[in-house]
Design a protein around this ligand. Structure first.
Ligand code: ADP
Ligand code: MG
Length: 327
């Protein structure tokens, strides 16, 4: 198991950003509407994620960091309709094998809860009573303290934090109804209140993607019986800073996909925006059965059942929107 944990840890736990992704996805799975992320030293020294989700009861708490703890998948067919974010049931076990991890949680309003702690490979977890409002706080300290080889691969504090911020950004762009705060070394980097109205959503996008983007962007929303595409499309510019402002979500999950990229590139190219950088924040929604999101546990690939249909829908919708946008 030790070895298995560490191998799995390599899959899931590459750097602080990958830890944050797993933890935030757990919080969202637990229906949290508030997420507070505290980071010290790029996340290597400390990652603390606090949520107001459903919480975990005393009996289940030790299981959360045990291997194969997930209750989500009992049969293989379940994979097909998976709409929740995580599915492997080993992220916490993997993370705790390469850090000092504590998970404090309460599943009720009494103010009382429980805390479970584990440190490194010996998975002897300690369970203690602790005060906690309903929800969960996960603390990950000293990431890779026991795996110096992996620690060596970490980049500067600034670089690690920017990867981490990117993860928070993507989740904030795909969960407008959830409030987020992100702090680095005690400094507030993002404080985002939940956004329900269009104006509030615009504000969140402006905060995350910059005022330049939102000022030139148009909102689109098109749909067929099976597919819906909505979001913001910015005017293509020559500005390099917008070059990586390309967010595409499929059923709320951030995706980098060949079919999508091809359709987008072709749509922009055909309206003669050659050499310019497209900037967009787009959301594709379809029946979860029409898309396999579990192609690879950590990559952002998806597989569309009707990829031709998806491609053509994207191309047509975007082409029309871009043509209308011409300056
Ligand atoms: P998975 O999310 O794939 O089930 P994880 O290792 O990420 O596996 O988490 C194990 C389990 O711990 C989850 O299935 C869930 O029951 C519980 N859990 C983890 N984080 C939270 C949280 N923030 N709130 C409530 N429950 C949680
Ligand atoms: Mg998980």
């Amino acid at each position: 198991t030790r070895l298995a944990n560490q191998i799995a840890a390599g899959e899931v736990v590459e750097r602080p950003a990958s830890v944050v992704k797993e933890l935030l996805e757990n919080s969202l799975d637990a229906q949290a509407t508030r997420l507070d992320v505290d980071v010290e030293q790029g996340g290597v020294k400390l990652l603390r994620i606090r949520d107001n989700g459903l919480g975990v009861n005393e009996a289940d708490l030790p299981l959360t960091i045990a291997r194969h703890a997930t209750s989500k998948i009992h049969e293989l067919e379940d994979l097909e309709g998976v709409t929740t974010l995580g599915f492997r049931g080993e992220a916490l076990a993997s993370i705790s094998s390469v850090s000092r991890l504590s998970l404090t949680s309460s599943d009720n309003q009494s103010g009382a809860g429980w805390c479970v702690q584990a440190e490194g490979r010996d998975m002897e977890a300690v369970l203690l009573p602790a005060a906690h409002p309903q929800g969960t706080t996960v603390e990950v300290r000293d990431l890779f303290f026991n795996t110096p080889a992996r620690r060596k691969f970490l980049r500067t504090e600034k670089t690690e934090f920017s990867h981490l911020e990117e993860i928070v950004k993507r989740l904030a762009l795909s969960h407008f109804d959830v409030g987020f705060t992100l702090r680095h070394n005690q400094r507030v980097v993002h404080a985002l209140r939940s956004a329900t109205t269009e104006a509030e959503q615009d504000r969140r996008v402006a905060t995350l993607c910059g005022p330049n983007f939102i000022e030139s962007a148009v909102r689109i929303d098109t749909q067929t019986d099976e597919l819906r595409l909505w979001g913001w499309m910015g005017l293509p510019t020559f500005s390099r800073s917008q070059a990586d402002l390309q967010y595409f979500f499929v059923n709320g999950r951030s995706v980098k996909d060949k079919v999508v990229n091809h359709a987008v590139r072709q749509a922009y190219r055909d309206v003669m925006y050659h050499g310019r950088h497209a900037a967009f924040v787009l959301y594709l929604e379809l029946d979860p059965k029409g898309v396999d999101v579990n192609v690879h546990p950590t990559k952002h690939e998806v597989r569309f059942r009707e990829s031709r249909q998806v491609h053509d829908f994207l191309y047509r919708s975007l082409h029309r929107a871009i043509a209308e946008m011409s300056p």
